[in-house]
Write a protein that binds this ligand. Structure first.
Ligand code: PMP
Length: 416
């Protein structure tokens, strides 16, 4: 029997199943984007209701202007890796400002968030162990696999299980606890205080990926660490500028010693070209907007609350999310695909997620609204769900109480 290395399932297989049902959900190309978080697909304007551009900054005039000016001033490429010929003043400025914003001593900027996470592999020597939440982002799992050390996965959000695993580790093992802050698929959040306590009790380092919460959660928008008031207690924060910060690029922030160690040892930083000028400048301008226009964050959170509660009223279950990532699960890919297609026909473009991005089979629609949307857009999404639900059936969940959103403005979902 010959085995085809190019045919091993994953998204490739999901695409084939969906195409057999006439659903074309992936790699859809957009001809244009508008300032109200819409796009033109196949000549038709559709609402982007699954974008990570949470604050709508990718079309903010100041962010665009900064990117254009930087390209004019410095060219289109950084021209090399950070260590050799690719470091720009803009990188230094971004590092200083983002470290201060995150309440950390130092930061290093990388070319993508994925690469920032891959850098963690440099921390895992042969006798070390990475303890990962079972649902961490693929890039964190990839980093742990790349390192020389061992990987242990604790049940999602289960600090008691983490403690069991930590207790079972040999005394001479270096221990790294690694989690997402706001989880990218289900929109639930880690209990960073409980994780900090567990890590402290076993002499472990705690690393949090703030890819989705930076810019979105916390009073200042500094993320889940700010919301949980543990900014001082983290050994490293990793994050990306590809979501709320409307650019591309990653960051590792924390105590200066930790950051400098990774800057000079991580292969994903040393052996890759630096972040281009336009992307660094866009991220800097986005940071200024995050700091000066908090109403954008409030709008994103208010719309998210409206979306959760509107969907719940219609009978859709958006658990376990308490954030602007709004998941709706379906029993199988065909059912999720049919719903995705009905929404798309109604002019609402959502993210259809299947294995391996979500565990346990089934499918999920992952929705987000941005600060560029308004109440009318929210109503359009809810109407599209209502209409599709009447035709295709609602994957009816139990009657759920209104969602209390994780925010950071005093209306937080209960301190733990
Ligand atoms: N971490 C998480 C939790 C993510 O969701 C993502 C992007 N999907 C990344 C890291 C990688 O970020 P980037 O897009 O900058 O590579």
């Amino acid at each position: 029997m010959t085995v085809d290395p190019f045919a091993k399932g994953g998204l490739h297989q999901a695409e084939a199943i969906l195409k057999a049902h006439g659903v074309d959900a992936y790699f859809r190309s957009m001809a244009a984007r508008t300032g109200d978080s819409h796009a033109v697909i196949d000549g038709r304007k559709v609402m982007l209701a699954g974008s990570n551009d949470y604050l709508g900054l990718s079309t903010h005039p100041a962010v665009i202007e900064a990117a254009v000016n930087a390209a004019r001033r410095l060219g289109t490429s950084a021209g090399g890796s950070r260590a050799l010929s690719g470091t720009l003043d803009l990188h230094g400025e971004l590092e200083e400002r983002i470290a201060a914003f995150l309440g950390q001593e130092a930061a290093v900027v990388t070319t993508t968030g994925f690469q920032a996470n891959l850098a963690l592999s440099a921390l895992l020597g042969r006798s070390d162990i990475a303890f990962l939440d079972a649902r961490v982002h693929a890039s964190l799992l990839e980093a742990a696999r790349l390192g020389w050390g061992r990987v242990r996965r604790y049940r999602h959000l289960d600090t008691a299980h983490l403690r069991e695993l930590l207790a079972a580790a040999p005394d001479d093992a270096g221990r790294l606890v690694v989690t997402d802050g706001m989880f990218s698929m289900d929109g639930d959040v880690a209990d960073l205080r409980a994780l900090r306590d567990a890590a402290d009790d076993f002499g472990a380092k705690l690393i949090v990926d703030a890819a989705h919460d930076m810019g979105v959660l916390g009073n200042r928008g500094a993320g889940l660490a700010e919301h949980c008031e543990v900014e001082d207690g983290l050994d490293l924060i990793t994050a990306t500028f590809s979501k709320a910060f409307a650019s591309i690029g990653g960051v590792l922030a924390g105590p200066a010693g930790n950051v400098h160690y990774l800057r000079s040892n991580a292969r994903s930083i040393l052996f890759s070209a630096a972040l281009p000028p336009a992307s660094a400048a866009a991220a800097l301008a986005a940071l200024t907007v995050v700091e000066t226009e908090p109403e954008r964050r409030t709008r994103t959170l208010d719309l998210a609350e409206g979306l959760h509660n509107g969907l719940r009223t219609l009978g859709f279950d958006t658990r376990p999310s308490t954030t602007p990532i709004v998941p709706v699960r379906f029993a199988d890919l065909a059912a999720g695909g049919a719903f995705w297609a009905a929404l798309f026909r109604a002019g609402v473009f959502t993210n259809l997620v299947a294995a391996p991005a979500i565990p346990g089979g089934g499918a999920m629609l992952r929705l987000t609204l941005t600060a560029n949307h308004d109440e009318t857009h929210l109503a359009t999404v809810l109407e599209a769900f209502d209409t599709a639900g009447r035709r295709l059936g609602v994957p009816r969940g139990p009657d759920l109480p209104p969602v209390r959103l994780t925010r950071g403005d005093g209306r937080r979902a209960g301190r733990r």
